[in-house]
Design a binder for this molecule. Structure first.
Ligand code: SF4
Ligand code: SF4
Length: 141
């Protein structure tokens, strides 16, 4: 059995529809204030840009948190800013629950592809230009 959970964007969409009683139009029209970047602000909502479950709505601000981060911040709002309370949240049925720590559990065991490893190796072991090697440093007498 797969232990994959809904992607953050789907979790946010479900949460928003729960919030508006399943009303798509209400969700679109949601008047919640968009929370400032990274702020813990119970009077605003970090999920607002992602509420429609599609690409980010930047009509209010260009500063949009990535989806996992938005979930994390909203969970922090929900728990009054306590990371411990978010960690021990008892609401396992909440749509945001799997993503409440700000990480996508579906990617927890994701390994880098061979291509990206090779690119990283090539970058790390790229010979430095002669101008930057110690051999070319002028040693003062
Ligand atoms: S953006 Fe926030 S306030 Fe608005 S519908 Fe979603 S969860 Fe509710
Ligand atoms: S997962 Fe827990 S902390 Fe996060 S919004 Fe839901 S009830 Fe609140």
């Amino acid at each position: 059995m797969s232990d994959r959970v809904p992607a953050p964007i789907k979790a946010i969409r479900t949460y928003c529809l729960d919030c508006t009683g399943g009303n798509d139009a209400e969700t679109r029209r949601c008047t919640a204030r968009q929370a400032g970047k990274g702020s813990i602000d119970a009077s605003a909502c970090h999920l607002w840009p992602w509420r429609m479950g599609t690409k980010a709505d930047k009509s209010r601000s260009n500063k949009v948190p990535v989806k996992s981060r938005a979930v994390r911040l909203e969970c922090m709002n929900c728990m009054g800013g306590s990371s411990e309370a978010v960690k021990t949240c008892p609401s396992a049925k909440c749509a945001l629950y799997p993503h409440r720590l700000g990480r996508n559990p579906n990617q927890a065991h994701r390994k880098p592809s061979l291509i990206s490893i090779e690119k990283l190796k090539a970058y790390r072991f790229k010979p430095k230009s002669r101008a930057h090697t110690t051999l070319n440093k002028v040693v003062e007498p």
